[in-house]
Design a protein around this ligand. Structure first.
Ligand SMILES: Nc1ncnc2c1ncn2[C@@H]1O[C@H](COP(=O)(O)OP(=O)(O)O)[C@@H](O)[C@H]1O
Ligand SMILES: [Mg+2]
Length: 193
């Protein structure tokens, strides 16, 4: 099974989401868990190099050919991190995806990026958005949630803004973040609409 993490926009939380989903999958007993980094910037690859996660194997696959090959040749579960602004790689990853997780942020400008990402999906592929670095209890968050509900785009998770998550590989994985991402993983695995 392949879970692809994608948004045509950068800096929304894709790599963070890919890492936490991989770690959450290990905690659920998935073995092996393969993290495929299709972004030339290699943020999640670097994360795993700097701070390995037991049970997660990483492969860099920054091209259509390599990402397709990595996604179609493994056994078990793979989480795929994708680059922003490279539609061809994203499309290649989507073509072999069983579920798509779309990280986004709160706010109006973010919405159009998610819509652009959604346009690339075959409607049949289960997908859901994850609102990253959310400020709980704010009107902006409530409005964003209401808007996606109206659009009938499932929200698979709301991840609070936390220093422990922003620390990236400088710190160990943040417990609360792992719990939140476990919920996201569960929904992606079930392809919940
Ligand atoms: N829940 C969160 N709380 C705080 N900071 C976050 C959270 N999720 C992501 N970030 C931060 O947002 C920035 C962008 O995240 P990243 O995963 O690198 O996005 P992308 O891969 O989409 O470019 C990073 O500095 C990351 O640490
Ligand atoms: Mg990234």
């Amino acid at each position: 099974m392949n879970i692809v993490v994608s948004n045509v926009k950068g800096g929304v939380g894709k790599s963070t989401t890919a890492i936490y989903l991989s770690a959450a999958a290990v905690l659920r007993g998935y073995d092996p868990v393969l993290l495929i980094d299709a972004d030339r910037q290699a943020s999640s690859a670097e994360w795993i190099e700097e701070r390995p996660i037991e049970g997660v194997t990483m492969v860099e696959a920054p091209s259509e050919r390599t990402v397709t090959r990595a996604m179609t040749r493994h056994e078990g579960l793979a989480i795929v991190d994708t680059p922003p602004g490279d539609e061809r790689i994203v499309k290649a990853a989507i073509a072999s995806a069983d579920a798509i997780v779309i990280p986004t942020r709160v706010g109006g400008v973010e919405i159009s990026r998610v819509l652009a990402t959604l346009e690339m999906l075959t409607p049949k592929i289960p997908h859901g958005i994850v609102i990253c670095a959310a400020r709980l209890g704010t009107n902006d968050l409530e409005e964003t949630i209401a808007w996606w509900n109206e659009q009938k785009v499932p929200i698979w998770g709301i991840i609070p803004e936390r220093v422990g998550i922003a620390a990236g590989h400088e710190a160990r994985l943040y417990r609360e973040g792992l719990d939140e991402y476990d919920t996201v993983l569960g929904r992606a695995l079930r392809g919940k609409r």
